[in-house]
Design a protein around this ligand. Structure first.
Ligand code: ZN
Length: 258
């Protein structure tokens, strides 16, 4: 016999939150039987959906915070950030103004894309989970990772799990999720270390240039962090084409002058 205190909570995951559910649950409600009072956050995460992905929770049609305690039978609706803002605008749970990120080691190409677009992106390919959580917390960065368990850590306030495993599609997802259109400034950050690039006179870097580079190029930028020197060389057209594809897929207007 079930204990008399046991109660059922039915959860419906809206929008692309279904991505996180087990295949058998796709498009359907998930029902959880609880034996004691439990926070709605814990019940949602027990279904595989990390809390940074959930922007609005309705418990029996009433907006609730993550810490709301479920004590009896209830219907929970969980919505992603993409749900239009006019729907319970004052009860949204995720920040929309975050412009800084830390990426897990598996997302190196996404990190490079974000830096190419001028987005502040902390990344090393060998950072362990503890370091990622610490950087996210201490530097107030959103964690980008495909590790759902990592996103569920209580110390993680903001984050996102790219749905696609194609780097360029991941970049578009992140631009949309964090509404980065106004923050994009291509070719202003170092692809190696995330440092800001500053214009530098050719004379200042002349000794570090190959002979043909000295002849053909006049516009140079240097990283304020690692001193790497950049110029619009043969790889530049490829990067510009990549940026143009990202803009097109994000339905962004290209920046003036690019
Ligand atoms: Zn650098």
């Amino acid at each position: 016999m079930r204990p008399s205190s046991e109660f059922a909570v039915s959860l419906r995951f809206h929008g692309d939150l279904a991505f996180f559910l087990k295949k058998a649950s796709l498009g359907a409600e998930v029902v959880r039987l609880l034996g004691e009072k439990t926070s709605v956050k814990d019940v949602i995460e027990s279904c595989g959906v990390p809390h940074p992905e959930v922007d609005l929770i309705l418990c029996d049609h009433v907006p609730s915070g993550f810490e709301f305690q479920l004590t009896h039978q209830a219907a929970v609706d969980a919505y992603p950030v993409s749900v239009p803002l006019h729907f319970h605008p004052a009860q949204r749970l995720q920040r929309r103004d975050l412009r800084r990120f830390v990426l897990d080691g598996h997302l190196g190409k996404l990190a490079r894309d974000l830096r190419l677009l001028g987005i502040d992106t902390a990344y090393t390919n060998d950072a362990d989970d503890l370091l990622l959580v610490r950087i996210a917390s201490e530097e107030d960065r959103a964690l980008l990772t495909r590790d759902r368990r990592l996103l569920m850590r209580s110390a993680i306030r903001d984050g996102y799990c790219p749905r696609s495993d194609v780097p360029e599609e991941q970049t578009v997802e992140v631009i949309r999720r964090f509404d980065l259109a106004s923050a994009i400034q291509p070719f202003t950050r170092c692809l190696r270390c995330n440092g800001l690039l500053e214009h530098v006179e050719k004379d200042a870097v002349n000794s570090r240039l190959e002979p043909l580079t000295k002849i053909f190029y006049a516009d140079f930028r240097r990283c304020a962090g690692c001193s790497h020197v950049y110029w619009p060389g043969s790889h530049f057209a490829r990067l510009e084409a990549r940026i143009a594809r990202i803009y097109a897929a994000s339905t962004l207007e290209p920046p003036l002058g690019s």
